[in-house]
Design a binder for this molecule. Sequence first.
Ligand SMILES: C[S@@+](CC[C@H](N)C(=O)[O-])C[C@H]1O[C@@H](n2cnc3c(N)ncnc32)[C@H](O)[C@@H]1O
Length: 301
Amino acid sequence: MTPALRNLEMTILGLGFLGLAWGKSRLNGYTTPNRVTKSDDEGKVAYLLDIFASLRRFLPPHVDLRGRDVLELSPGASRGNGVLFLALGARSYHAIDVFDLAGGEGPAFYEQLLDHFPEGREADRERARAIAFTPGAREFGYAVGRDFDIPRLAEGRGFDLIVSCAAFEHYDDPAQAIAGLTQVARPGCESVHIIDLQTHSRWIRERDPNNIYRYPEPFYRLFRFPGQPNRQRPADYIRNFVAKGWSDVRFVPSRTIDPALRELSLRGLAAPFASLDDMSVLDGALTARYPGPGGDWEMAS
Ligand SMILES: C[S@@+](CC[C@H](N)C(=O)[O-])C[C@H]1O[C@@H](n2cnc3c(N)ncnc32)[C@H](O)[C@@H]1O
């Protein structure tokens, strides 16, 4: 098959997947934030440990979590990251989402998670356990609102660290989310956001990871549903963080398209993606620092 024919085939198949995702959302709403089923506790533990390790890997090396107030945007099905932050000495953890996917999570799961995470001082681990077992503890908050009004959902808190994973690509208005998180960032706040830029539908993402970028915007948006990937690229996120006064704003790619698929994946993309030189980047992390005099991160031991 010629490359042109193959891309035509992928474009047509991709339309089916756009329709399928739209239909699934209409039928079921937003129910599956990742590939681990809700009842699979072991799978959830492994997933969280992996995400938490990635978030830590992207934190600047001088950062110590001790005594910090942490905000996670869009935690999906679990606030487990919060328990791990607390176990490493964070003062508090608060999570904000548009869908109440983590609401039913029980403390027994946090116990299981801690059993698989041997790090942190014993006193901090005990404190993490106690907080996670106390219903409504302010140090382990969770606020859900369909308007995703971050300052309102922060309920008067300020933060030293703001993180998210596989969330920003789902925001209807990432610039507004960045403006909102900036309002609750303390001077010296660090931010780490793991962002998945590629096609989300499983079968086609393996064969044509850039499939969502093949369609002109008005056409793509015909299939709009809450959480549809917004097709923002690293430069868009960087521009919006810089515009809100963040410094050291970087996007570090984690994975790029397999060389065997690369040439095909870069052909036949819609404007403006066709002219971008980063279209082989599949995912990565955006890191940024909110400037100000509060930089005692460096002083932490
Ligand atoms: C793919 S899940 C990732 C969840 C979790 N961080 C993880 O790694 O499993 C996407 C997250 O974004 C949230 N989300 C989806 N659409 C959104 C929107 N339009 N605005 C804000 N958040 C949204 C979902 O509630 C969910 O928590």
